[in-house]
Design a protein around this ligand. Structure first.
Ligand code: HEC
Ligand code: HEC
Ligand code: HEC
Ligand code: HEC
Ligand code: HEC
Ligand code: HEC
Ligand code: HEC
Length: 681
């Protein structure tokens, strides 16, 4: 096993802190739960403030100030005038997300801040914009008549349609340390508080599984008998520790790091990583899962080899000033890092652990682009020398593709393919279909065939390009041309649905092809100009004067679910053969709403090199073109002059053979005839 660097890295992670902590104690010290005004929550009965509670010993201001999870791309110019020294790119908050559609837009918001927190706050760790307004004041200090969006209010922009919000009584959403640092955070209880708009209670509710709090008649109560004589809670009840993978999975994707039980996971927007790529982080063998994977008896590989070998997310996406991480290799420290880069003593790290986690150069999210390349990449842990000896031109192969191109050959779950927001389902959701399955992926009996991600050229940070596996998700939506942004969902719903929740009569008339008086799922597609015009008309009545359909292709990088060597791609013909991956087309969509051809999103790190084609049955295909991607795949492509050279060399060889062989034949027959003459004579 040539993984020495990996081992030293991982051992470093495990061993380094030990000597320093020996002087502290093995267990976390008891913690006093403190409310937002500094009182003991046990006596005041008010919600726990994580910033105050943990802030007694850890620098929570620093932690929340160094976390792109907190800020989600809302940079300090907008939010904290004297805050961090660098800008973070736009994040989830302001970006159009094809999965959830709605976004919070401080300039022209679709949703007010309180609305956003109630609906999508479960995907935010809290802190930042959920605590303070654009001018750095606490949201609770805002005048009581402030609109839902204190940000726009503060900047004097016309407030939108939202109701006023009373931040005094809702409280704010502080960074929720429990979510990542408790083995069993009560995710559902937290979500319920957020949805109800009882923001201040969200962190307290996350403690529900510890037994320290209980809910009685809708009110959270502290279980006084669990607190010690000093009013503190011992580590046995509040087992604070480093995050496990399932903590990160709360927001990112399907993680099964518990006992080895069969599981079935239907697609869900709450697991975006799995929804968009089909990645499932589990150490169990695919064979043993409850998913109905085609040919699963043969699949003895684990879902994710790193999960099988007990690596956790933070082994690759750890704190950027963790001394264990720092000690390992300069290579993992990006040179452009605008960070405190001096190595911290372990005690300092415990006080001020950066919560900016190592990350890569992903093709989907644009948050914290300045930290791209700070995570551990494959070659930071795996040594290549002496491996892959079966492969000719190892260096050429490695410089033209990422390791995942061979090591994530296939994903064994449904992954989203198409999202159509031009019409809405009766449940008022987007119309969605998946790749990797035939049938309803929510039904455990549906056979999961899985899919091969497409290989696209990715612009690497060192200026090179390499092929990287991606899932392409194509989305169509209505653009409000006057305001230059997607039509807000409430307006779209108003256009399509009557007050009783059914489709408007005009919509039914436009879509009902079989004239049975209702709209079936098959009829829910804009496949004629008349239907498009009908929806435009309906949008006009809902106040959108000029709407047009837009389509965009969003690539999602595939970097997890690494297969062990035995299951990696080895067959040269997969890439070099006549039926190579570079000649095979991929279905992007089952149909093209409004006939509008989609375009690649602007900020992706990968590019399409090929053509979008419509098949005879109306499906949208991506046909890759290796030549345009700038790669020459021996044995597959016909590259004109390489072929000419090849043909000529063949001809020359044949001529050579003929001359050589001919001469020999001639000489031989000459010799033979000589012999014959000799014998005869
Ligand atoms: C009374 C001081 C004190 C308070 C309050 C406190 N901590 Fe700690 N914390 C420590 C000390 C000391 C350590 C180092 C000992 C250890 O590793 O358990 C530590 C370690 C940690 C660790 C690392 C544990 C590990 O296994 O490596 C985490 C995570 C942590 N604290 C989170 C929190 C969170 C979250 C809160 C608030 C709920 C909090 N702490 C409140 C003193 C405190
Ligand atoms: C999004 C998840 C997340 C949240 C929320 C979070 N942390 Fe962390 N925390 C981490 C990760 C990841 C690390 C780094 C682990 C590593 O590098 O190995 C870390 C490290 C730490 C450490 C150092 C522990 C050690 O020895 O590695 C402390 C202390 C800590 N966090 C406290 C807090 C406090 C206090 C809060 C709330 C204000 C908080 N964390 C919120 C994920 C989180
Ligand atoms: C409360 C929800 C939540 C939790 C818990 C959480 N994350 Fe995130 N994470 C997010 C969101 C939201 C984003 C931003 C995504 C975007 O901008 O589209 C993000 C972004 C990231 C990114 C950067 C993504 C990119 O494309 O480069 C990494 C890496 C990451 N998280 C790792 C982790 C790790 C490791 C943990 C566990 C310690 C964790 N996250 C826990 C919500 C969460
Ligand atoms: C063995 C290392 C490793 C582990 C373990 C790991 N990741 Fe990653 N992760 C990567 C690499 C490598 C990338 C891609 C880096 C790049 O884009 O250059 C990545 C990318 C990401 C991204 C960015 C989106 C994307 O896919 O491009 C997110 C978010 C993320 N990981 C979250 C997680 C979470 C959550 C976990 C734990 C459940 C986890 N990772 C475990 C190595 C790892
Ligand atoms: C944080 C360090 C780290 C990173 C980053 C990392 N790995 Fe690993 N990898 C490991 C460790 C540790 C093992 C387990 C080694 C063992 O058990 O022998 C492992 C195992 C593997 C294996 C299985 C080897 C076998 O025995 O069959 C493969 C393949 C692999 N990694 C590929 C990758 C690829 C591809 C990437 C990038 C996407 C990557 N690794 C990123 C540390 C890492
Ligand atoms: C052309 C496809 C291909 C590429 C590219 C590739 N690998 Fe592999 N890799 C394989 C195959 C196939 C095996 C299994 C070899 C065997 O069984 O002898 C393997 C084996 C491994 C192993 C297990 C080693 C062992 O001795 O068992 C590791 C670790 C690994 N690869 C890491 C990487 C890393 C890191 C990269 C990127 C720098 C990478 N691979 C790029 C195809 C590839
Ligand atoms: C995952 C796809 C993939 C697999 C599997 C693969 N290759 Fe390649 N191969 C490539 C790519 C991509 C290139 C680089 C083309 C370029 O950069 O123009 C390449 C280049 C080459 C080259 C030309 C190298 C040079 O220096 O010009 C040879 C020879 C080659 N491959 C042979 C093989 C053989 C033999 C196998 C099987 C043992 C194999 N490849 C497996 C994708 C693959």
């Amino acid at each position: 096993m040539k993984l020495l660097r990996a081992f030293s890295g991982c051992l470093g992670l495990m061993l380094l802190p030990a000597p320093a902590l020996a002087s502290v104690s093995a267990l976390h010290p008891p913690v006093e739960l403190i409310d937002i005004d500094g009182g003991a929550a046990l006596t005041t009965g008010r919600p726990v403030s994580t910033m105050r509670t943990c802030g007694a010993c850890h620098d929570t201001g620093y932690i929340a100030g160094h976390s792109y999870h907190v800020w989600l791309g809302t940079n300090e110019e907008k939010f904290t005038p004297s805050g961090r020294g660098f800008d973070h790119g736009p994040g989830l908050l302001e970006r159009f997300d094809p999965l959830t559609y709605e976004r919070f837009d401080p300039e022209q918001f679709d949703l007010g801040l309180a609305d956003w927190l109630r609906r999508f706050g479960t995907h935010h760790v809290g802190g930042g914009f959920a605590v303070q307004s654009a001018d750095g004041r606490s949201l609770m200090e805002l005048p009581s008549n402030a609109s839902t969006s204190p940000l726009t209010h503060v900047r004097g922009v016309e407030p939108g349609t939202s109701e006023p919000w009373d931040w005094q009584s809702s409280g704010v959403v502080e960074m929720n340390c429990f979510l990542c640092h408790l083995p069993d955070p009560a995710v559902d209880e937290r979500s319920a508080e957020l949805r109800a708009g009882r923001f201040a209670w969200a962190a307290t509710a996350t403690l529900a599984e510890t037994g320290l709090v209980t809910r009685e008649a809708g009110q959270w109560q502290y279980a006084a008998d669990h607190f010690d004589a000093d009013g503190k809670v011992p580590a046995t009840l509040l087992p604070l520790r480093k995050p496990a993978s399932h903590n990160c999975g709360i927001c990112h994707g399907a993680v099964q790091d518990g006992p080895d039980e069969p599981f079935f996971l239907p697609p869900s927007v709450d697991r975006p990583m799995t929804e968009t790529t089909g990645e499932i982080i589990a150490g169990t063998r695919i064979r043993r899962s409850g998913m109905n994977v085609a040919g699963k008896e043969e699949l003895s590989r684990p879902w994710d080899v790193h999960a099988e070998r007990l690596l956790v997310c933070s082994d690759c996406h750890g704190s950027l000033n963790n001394p264990a991480f720092f000690a390992e290799s300069r290579q993992t420290q990006p040179t452009h890092l605008k960070h405190p880069t001096g190595r911290l003593a372990i005690g300092e790290f415990l006080k001020t652990p950066s919560h900016d986690f190592g990350k890569g150069h992903s093709s989907q999210a644009t948050v914290a682009r300045d930290l791209d390349g700070s995570g551990r990449d494959c070659v930071d842990c795996h040594r290549l020398e002496g491996t892959h000896t079966w492969l000719p031109s190892v260096e050429r192969h490695m410089s033209s593709m990422r390791c995942e191109a061979c090591h994530v050959p296939r994903l064994y779950a449904a992954a989203r393919r198409q999202t159509d927001w031009t019409l809405l389902s009766p449940e008022r959701e987007a119309l969605v279909n998946y790749r990797g399955v035939k049938g309803d992926p929510h039904d455990p009996r549906t056979l999961v065939a899985g899919y091969q991600p497409v290989l696209l050229q990715r612009n690497e940070l060192d200026g090179s390009t390499r092929l990287a596996p991606q899932n392409l998700v194509t989305t169509w939506y209505w653009l409000d041309r006057q305001r230059g942004r997607p039509v807000p969902l409430p307006q779209l719903q108003q256009a399509l649905f009557a007050a009783d929740g059914s489709y408007r009569r005009s919509i039914v008339q436009a879509l009902d092809e079989n004239h049975d008086g209702s709209v079936t799922i098959e009829e829910l597609r804009l496949d004629s100009d008349a239907k498009v015009a009908a929806i435009q008309q309906a949008l006009q009545s809902a106040g959108v004067a000029d709407a047009e359909i837009r389509g965009e292709i969003q690539p999602y990088g595939v970097h997890h679910d690494v297969a062990p060597g035995v299951a990696a791609l080895r067959d040269c013909r997969v890439c070099h053969g006549g039926d190579s991956r570079f000649s095979r087309s991929t279905v992007l969509a089952d149909y093209v709403p409004g006939g509008v051809m989609p375009v690649m999103v602007q900020d992706a790190t990968v590019r399409l090199a090929g053509d979008l084609l419509l098949s005879d049955d109306g499906r949208l295909l991506y046909q890759p073109n290796a030549t345009r991607a700038g790669i020459y795949l021996l044995g597959y492509e016909s590259f004109p002059w390489v072929d000419v050279i090849g043909r000529w060399s063949l001809i020359l060889v044949v001529i050579g053979v003929l001359i050589h062989g001919g001469t020999r034949v001639f000489l031989a027959s000459f010799a033979d005839s000589k012999k014959e003459t000799e014998v005869r004579s």
